[in-house]
Design a protein around this ligand. Structure first.
Ligand code: NAD
Ligand code: UGA
Length: 457
């Protein structure tokens, strides 16, 4: 009855949504999503999904039980499927050679060996995780050193979805990239993967390449995106010194169609599980090929991000009369961006820790990410308050800092918030989403990013 059987090992932010969309769009394919994490798999089987992503539940429900299945039986999924996507995590290595920079490939290698062990026929293994360039070589070496009669083809199909817009990104991708060996077997495997996406992605958006270009393009795409944010953030610091407005500068620069106007929002810093780790990985690869100047160039993108986070906190301390000891500060938003519950590498984590070092009292509010915030801050939890309501978080606070660009913060009753705060009351808008003039009129001292502050003294 099914025309293709696909497995995906790793049911996280990438594996879950990607496979749900494939299953929805290709009802004649059987899609098995498997993971070692039984709790995660269990949650995928309910309406309380393990990750928050707008529109995801509807997509999952459209296919779950029909041709989309979630399970912990990895062996069975491997045996049953001709195509195996692998989207396990590839964090930064924390130990040994390359610690702090290189990608930790232990989960990937473990999965390769599991595939090798369980497979009873040829398989196409698809790199969905983000991996260092040349990883496919290692995987091929492991998979094909098998003494078995059949071959494993490794194909690279990196994922470009962004959290919060994952479903839209998957349904209407700018491009899908599929890289393979240019051997007859490699090209045939590449076509199998092209055929999956061709069910809904227009042909001119399905890009094919050699396997190394595909692996490298993913790292470079993230590095370029992060570089844009660091570039605009660096200029936000200069704007604050020169009375220029970062939004006006970004608009003027971005209207040049060669530059483009997206991804030019100055912020307290970029977060997310991938930008930092992928740039570190790129830096490590450059260093290992002796390209020190190239490595330093990309490293500076991360330095600028750390500078921006630290700059935000320093400005809070300076403006609040050079001490925040014992002062309550409300952080609005803990997720690394809006419309996600994900807090990995969120600038809020760093800002909270810096404020805590300064002995401030911290109240955190977020509509989706409080559970993750509690985990991230477990070691200082006794000094941090977690509030569902932004009004509660702000009550008695000296300052509110906007950390995540959640829409709901735009429409709060800021007059009520002002009334309940200590005076003078400060707002530090780390995302430039509020109406600064209106807040100033209410009585707040307002500190946008990359624009002159509006203060009453
Ligand atoms: P994640 O941590 O949410 O999910 C990874 C899953 O793999 C986990 O559920 C884990 O239990 C599972 N896993 C680990 N080892 C396993 C094993 N041996 N067998 C079975 N399951 C195993 O990670 P993620 O955010 O989905 O990222 C996965 C990969 O995709 C990473 O390489 C990341 O760089 C890349 N990526 C992520 C995003 C994103 O938005 N999060 C976007 C594009 C690419
Ligand atoms: C990013 C990329 O956009 C995806 O293409 C990629 O697939 C993914 O990383 C990945 O490999 O994991 P994501 O991290 O989910 O996606 O979210 P982004 O929208 O890229 O935002 C990243 C960070 O940059 C957030 O903290 C966001 O607030 C910040 N940002 C973004 C800015 O500060 N300014 C901007 O103009 C845009």
């Amino acid at each position: 009855m099914f025309t293709k059987r696909i497995a995906c090992i790793g049911a996280g932010y990438v594996g879950g949504p990607t496979m749900a969309v494939i299953a929805m769009k290709c009802p004649r394919y059987k899609v098995n999503v498997v993971d070692v994490n039984a709790d995660r798999i269990q949650a995928w089987q309910t309406d309380d999904l393990p990750i928050y992503e707008p529109g995801l539940l509807d997509v999952v429900k459209s296919a779950r039980g029909r041709n989309l299945f979630f399970s912990t039986d990895i062996s069975a999924a491997i045996r049953e499927s001709e195509i195996i996507f692998v989207s396990v995590n590839t964090p930064t290595k924390t130990f040994g050679e390359g610690a702090g920079k290189a990608a930790d490939l232990q989960y990937w290698e473990k999965v390769s060996r599991e595939i090798l062990h369980e497979a009873d026929g040829p398989k196409i293994v698809v790199e969905k995780s983000t991996l260092p360039v040349k990883t496919a070589q290692t995987m091929e070496d492991i998979l094909n050193a098998n003494g078995k009669k059949y071959r494993f083809e490794v194909v690279s199909n990196p994922e470009f979805l962004a959290e919060g817009t994952a479903i839209r990104d998957l349904l209407e991708p700018d491009r899908v990239l599929i890289g393979s060996r240019e051997t007859p077997g490699g090209l045939q495997a590449r076509q199998e993967i092209v055929d999956i996406y061709a069910n809904w992605v227009p042909p001119d958006r399905i890009l094919t390449s050699n396997i190394w270009s595909s692996e490298l393009s993913k790292l470079v795409a993230n590095a370029f995106l992060a570089q844009r944010i660091s570039s605009i953030n660096s200029i936000s610091a200069l704007c604050e010194k020169t009375d220029a407005s970062i939004q006006e500068v970004a608009r003027a620069v971005g209207m040049d169609t060669r530059v483009g106007n997206r991804f030019l929002n100055a912020s307290v810093g970029f977060g997310g599980s991938c930008f930092k780790k992928d740039i570190l990985n790129l830096v490590y690869i450059c260093e290992s090929y002796g390209l020190q100047t190239v490595a330093r160039y990309w490293e500076s993108v991360l330095e600028m991000n750390e500078y921006q986070e630290a700059r935000f906190v320093k400005s809070m301390i300076r403006e609040m009369f050079n001490t925040i000891v014992g002062k309550r500060i409300a952080l609005f938003g803990f997720a690394f961006k809006a419309d996600t519950s994900d807090t990995r590498e969120s600038p809020s984590i760093y800002v909270t820790r810096m404020l805590h070092e300064e002995r401030a009292e911290i109240a955190i509010t977020d509509p989706k990410a409080l559970d993750n915030a509690r985990i991230d801050l477990a070691d200082i939890a006794e000094n941090v308050e977690f509030d569902e309501s932004p009004y509660e978080a702000a009550s008695g606070a000296h300052a509110v800092a906007i950390m995540t660009e959640w829409n709901l913060y735009r429409s709060l009753d800021w007059k009520e918030i002002y009334k309940a705060m200590e005076k003078p009351a400060f707002v530090f808008d780390g995302r430039n989403i509020l109406d600064h003039g209106a807040l100033f009129e209410i009585g707040f001292n307002v500190y946008p990013l990359g624009r002159p502050p509006l203060k009453h003294f």
